[in-house]
Design a protein around this ligand. Structure first.
Ligand code: ZN
Length: 260
């Protein structure tokens, strides 16, 4: 694993000159991806002074991802928005909002089916997520029957928006939540001053720690992740299921963060 930084800025000419001295050619609106090494720590005080955007992230080898017995999902096909998407109408329709905090997004509890406009074309995006909904997964029914159902995973119906009829070709996976804590001591947190809850910032900062108990082939963290008004629980998938989905070319290997 390497720790990398994606650094973006609107570089002024004197800043470009300083960057050039350290071996980086940047001009105007520009971004670079560099490893976290001595050179990075040399330029960091400048980046801080200039308020350059600096996103820290891990880069894993394929072997590290493949060897991991449990992976966190950090990428997906998307297929549109939960409906109705105006004034966040889907929130009222789909969730119990009793413990929901509008400020940080924590506390949603699903009470009803998701409504979507349509399903992906046959054979495309056989597993997908909806924009704004990072902790639910939708799969085509044939994939559900072939891969998920034999593992004891349950499904929920998904309704066609306005018609209120269940789709025959897509279902939502029922993903259980673990009670076990995930201790990410190096992962920055975000506090909410409205509800006093907190969540981890969503960008992984390295391997996730492994759970003592894998409660299901696919499950959600107890903790929330997210930034601003968005909060979601991280989805974890065991190796066998992950490898199957990659082998079937449904999922991409770089959508998975290994655990250790
Ligand atoms: Zn809150």
């Amino acid at each position: 694993m390497k720790i990398k930084h994606r650094i973006s800025n609107n570089w002024e000419s004197n800043q470009s000159k300083i960057m050039q001295k350290h071996g980086f050619s940047v001009e105007g609106f520009d971004s670079i991806e560099i490893e976290e090494n001595n050179v990075y720590f040399e330029i960091k005080p400048y980046l801080d002074k200039w308020n350059a955007m600096d996103i820290r992230y891990p880069e894993f080898t394929k072997k590290e991802i493949k060897d991991s017995l449990l992976s966190a999902k950090n990428g997906s096909h998307n297929h549109g928005y939960p409906m109705p998407d105006d004034d966040l109408g889907y929130l009222n329709l789909t969730y119990d909002l009793t413990n929901y905090c509008e400020s940080c997004g924590i506390g949603l509890k699903q009470k009803d089916s998701f409504r979507i406009k349509n399903t992906p074309k046959e054979g495309k995006k056989r597993m997908f997520q909806l924009i704004w909904v990072n902790d639910e997964i939708f799969v085509d029914t044939s994939l559900f029957n072939e891969v998920f159902k034999p593992l004891g995973i349950k499904s929920k119906k998904v309704l066609k928006y306005k018609k209120e009829i269940a789709f025959e070709n897509v279902v939502q996976l029922v993903i259980p939540e673990t009670e076990e804590n995930l201790n990410l001591k190096d992962n920055p947190k975000e506090d909410c001053c409205e509800c006093n809850n907190w969540k981890y910032q969503p960008m992984p900062q390295g391997f996730y720690p492994n759970y003592l108990n894998t409660i299901a082939p696919i499950f959600k963290s107890k903790e929330y992740f997210g930034s601003g008004a968005s909060a979601f629980k991280r989805i974890f998938i065991v190796k066998e299921l992950r490898d199957k989905l990659i082998e079937l070319k449904i999922e991409k290997i770089n959508w998975y963060v290994p655990t250790k």
